[in-house]
Design a protein around this ligand. Structure first.
Ligand code: SF4
Length: 404
């Protein structure tokens, strides 16, 4: 017999290890491939493939439910990709099947990533009825020529209609935007920022356009067919986002993320604050603590200094009922895990506590960053400055590089 939290109701004490309370699910399908993208996904092939993705994904989650662990109700579920919304009604079925295996906590945040061309009012309502609370829409720009250049398969009107569909269904709507797209003027960039807010989003993620190796964008730049993003324009775009979204009542709580009060992404915050999470699906990553790693067979049962384990699934889709293998498992010592928490925490406006800095032994690195104007220290917390966010790699590498 099992209780509400996955505990066996037995007269003896239960020594099983609890699974993480955050679940990420990767749906590796997209309507088409965007020119700049190096995420793992294949072009959607239609209904039989949708059913296969649902079956595969549910089987993967079942594989984590071994006798050595017990589940606790999920605090956050994030269905990402790829483009989960290409699954249409199968997406509702996927969520129903996953939450039949591990139920949601009563206040759980359930996010679905969506692309405008496959996010209809009917799907938005069906997802809301299934317990989805939040949709993260890949708008990227409200400039139609930029959307063509990025290889997006929707226009700005479709993007605005998707935001409206989410808002009308009662979902918390987030928009992803890309800054630094060549040919987009400062005015057009500001129109994108203001446009998504006017349409009703409560959260905005702003990413710089980056040129990833072996993408169509990288090849086009190499062939001289298109311009590379200009670094100054990217920095100006990030500054403009901070100014415009701040003026509109959005708080920048992470280097790339802005939210109205009460609308931060709890799932992504779990990543930045060192909470363990299970990730499933082709190319997905997960992170578990030492005890979970041992119970799940991701680390030797005994011995060794294992603070956490990070794993990744192979980035391909296997045919039939073959399950995705893990392609890598990395162990971090307890000290390395603390250092990683310190590094990730500096992505957030709250930064990290003095206690974590001491535990991670990164105080000297933080002091050197203060001297360079990249970090501040006040009220017992180390926080990144805006300059520190701009030079994030310097901040992260100095924190990670500390050994002692
Ligand atoms: S829709 Fe998203 S995941 Fe799919 S190719 Fe475009 S950017 Fe990549």
């Amino acid at each position: 017999m099992t209780s509400q939290t996955g505990d066996l109701v037995t007269p003896w004490s239960d020594t099983r290890v609890s699974l993480p309370r955050h679940l990420y699910v990767h749906v590796p399908l997209c309507s088409s491939r965007c020119s700049y993208c190096d995420f793992f996904s294949t072009v959607d092939d239609g209904l039989p493939e949708h059913a296969a993705v649902v079956g595969h994904t549910v089987a993967l989650l079942r594989g984590w439910l071994t006798p050595q662990v017990r589940w606790s109700a999920l605090e956050t579920l994030y269905i990402g990709g790829g483009t989960p919304t290409v699954l249409g009604p199968h997406l509702v079925q996927l969520i129903r099947s996953l939450t039949a295996l591990i139920p949601l906590a009563s206040e759980a945040e359930v996010t679905v990533e969506a692309n405008p061309e496959s996010f209809t009012p009917a799907l938005a309502s069906a997802l809301a009825a299934e317990g989805v609370t939040r949709v993260s829409i890949g708008v990227q720009s409200l400039d139609d020529s930029a959307l063509v250049g990025l290889g997006r398969c929707h226009d700005s009107a479709t993007a605005l209609a998707a935001i409206t569909a989410g808002v009308d269904a009662g979902l918390d709507v987030s928009a992803d935007l890309i800054c630094g797209v060549p040919g987009v003027s400062a005015e057009a960039w500001e129109r994108s920022l203001r446009g998504v807010v006017e349409a009703g989003v409560s959260h905005v993620s702003v990413y710089p356009l980056t040129v990833e190796a072996a993408t169509p964008l990288a090849r086009a730049i190499e062939a001289g067919e298109t311009l590379a993003p200009d670094e100054d324009a990217v920095v100006d775009g990030m500054h403009a986002a901070a100014a415009v979204l701040g003026e509109l009542g959005f708080d920048r709580y992470e280097v790339a993320n802005y939210a109205r009060p009460g609308h931060r992404s709890l799932h992504n915050t779990a990543y930045w604050t060192g909470k363990p999470y299970i990730g499933i699906g082709g190319g997905a990553h997960g992170m578990v603590d030492g005890a979970q790693a041992r119970a799940l067979g991701l680390a030797p049962e005994e011995g060794g200094d294992i603070g956490r384990a990070r794993y990744a699934y192979a980035a391909h889709v296997l045919p039939g009922d073959q399950l995705q293998p893990l392609s890598s498992i990395e162990h971090l010592t307890v000290a390395e895990a603390a250092r990683e928490d310190a590094m990730l925490g500096m992505r957030m406006s709250e930064g990290i506590s003095e206690g974590l800095a001491v535990r991670a032994r990164v105080t000297p690195a933080l002091e050197s960053l203060v001297a360079d104007g990249l970090v501040t220290f006040a009220d017992g917390r180390w926080r990144p400055t805006e300059r520190g966010w701009l030079f994030g790699n310097e901040v992260f590498s100095r924190i990670w590089g500390v050994v002692g």
